[in-house]
Design a protein around this ligand. Structure first.
Ligand code: SAH
Ligand code: SF4
Length: 378
């Protein structure tokens, strides 16, 4: 017999997968609940800690399984409470993760892929090209790291992370199975127990995957629109050429119909100076959003080197917002947080060791010309 293959990382098994794992070992299914609680509520990293499990079973588990979390490469805590990490994944790639406090809320922004293949024109992650999908363990590992940054796990204490949004690097619907399994753990009462209103998946609009999601999940939904017409959206969000705005809005409505509550879709709209921030764009956007129960989140563009875009003035942002509000569209403006740790949305570039040629070229350009071309007005 050859030496055993890689051990199963239990951190990444959904509640159902963990039950099957114990089934296959010839063990009772309730073990899954016990182990789930140890790993996700009590933060266990070894089987030795699992005192309500027999020594014999713990030894058996240690032979075939492990609880392995990604390694923290860098940790920065900002004065405004924002926390940012760079985390090393298996194989050496790194991703960034941000925790943003807001009143009683602490929202963790997680990544689902290293890089992204969808190439939105204003997104620094898109500019890096695609490296690989994150495993479920690597996604859940981000949540564990954030929770532990407040001290040892304490299930009876205050929630340290109250909300999770998939708004870091990557397109979550392009890593469907791993992301769905991660959301199941986030929402399971024996694991993190977050309500479905507090776990939000953000997508740029992969319509067939959105329809699949409806069949298997009731996670909350955010959609990155960024343009009120197909011509402009084709340019900013290239996947629009495959799934245009009307199809995306129809898929969002189907998703909402599948939820048996009154949730709405969060529509994200990154405001870029001179590109999509004019009153005419706002008026067109009102017409589009009339077709979908939603709230609108305006995100002032976060500049990054060589993006070729810039952030609109505060007046332009407010004028856009006013047009939406006067048309009775619930609208908020996302404020940049954690600037002192470089953690603002859209800056999740990280020290990603992307292996695609295109990205190496891009990173090289960034290193050579860190300032030039940053705020070119259009
Ligand atoms: N791929 C998913 C989730 C990750 S991006 C998606 O596109 O929805 C999370 C949000 O940040 C998206 O709405 C995205 O469009 C926005 N974003 C990306 N780059 C940005 C930038 N430079 N400035 C402001 N928002 C940005
Ligand atoms: Fe990918 Fe989202 Fe960035 Fe578009 S905005 S490139 S989908 S991460």
């Amino acid at each position: 017999m050859t030496e055993s293959a890689a051990k199963v990382n239990l951190l990444g098994l959904s509640p159902k997968q963990l039950e099957s794992f114990f089934d296959e070992m010839g063990e009772k299914r309730f073990r899954a609940t016990q182990v789930l609680k140890w790993i996700h509520q009590l933060g266990a990293s070894s089987f030795d800690e699992m005192t309500n499990i027999s020594k014999a079973l713990r030894a058996k588990l240690a032979e075939v399984a492990e609880i392995r979390e990604p390694e923290i490469v860098m940790e920065k805590f900002s004065k405004d409470g924002t926390r940012k990490w760079v985390i090393r994944m298996d194989g050496g790639s790194a991703i960034e993760m941000v925790l943003i406090p807001d009143g009683d809320r602490k929202t963790l922004c997680v990544s689902s892929q290293v890089g992204c293949s969808l190439d939105c024109s204003f997104c620094s992650t898109g500019k890096q090209g695609f490296n690989r999908d994150l495993s479920t363990a690597e996604i859940i590992g981000q949540l564990r790291v954030a929770i532990r940054s407040f001290g040892p796990f304490d299930p009876s204490g205050e929630r340290r992370v109250t909300n999770v949004v998939f708004m870091g690097m990557g397109e979550p619907l392009m890593n469907f199975d791993n992301v769905v399994a991660a959301t199941e753990l986030m929402m399971d009462d024996n694991a993190y127990g977050l309500s479905k209103r507090r776990v939000t998946l953000s997508t740029s609009g992969v319509v067939p995957a959105l329809d699949r999601l409806r069949e298997v999940s009731d996670v909350s939904l955010a959609v990155s629109l960024h343009a009120p017409n197909d011509e402009l959206r084709n340019e900013l969000v290239p996947i629009n050429r495959r799934y245009p705005i009307d199809e995306l809005i129809a898929a969002c409505n189907r998703y909402l119909q599948g939820l048996n509550d009154k949730r709405v879709v969060t529509v994200e709209y990154t405001l870029i100076a001179g590109v999509n921030d004019q009153p005419e764009h706002a008026r067109q956007l009102v017409k589009v959003l009339r077709k979908l129960p939603c709230k609108l989140n305006l995100i002032p563009f976060n500049p990054f080197p060589n993006s070729g875009y810039s952030r609109p003035s505060e007046e332009a942002i407010q004028a856009f917002k006013q047009i939406m509000l006067s048309s009775h569209i619930l609208t908020t403006v996302r404020r940049t947080r954690g600037d002192d740790v470089d953690a603002a949305c859209g800056q999740l570039v990280g020290q990603v060791m992307d292996r695609t040629r295109r990205s190496q070229k891009y990173i090289a350009v960034v290193q050579e010309e860190p300032v030039q071309g940053k705020s070119q007005s259009i």
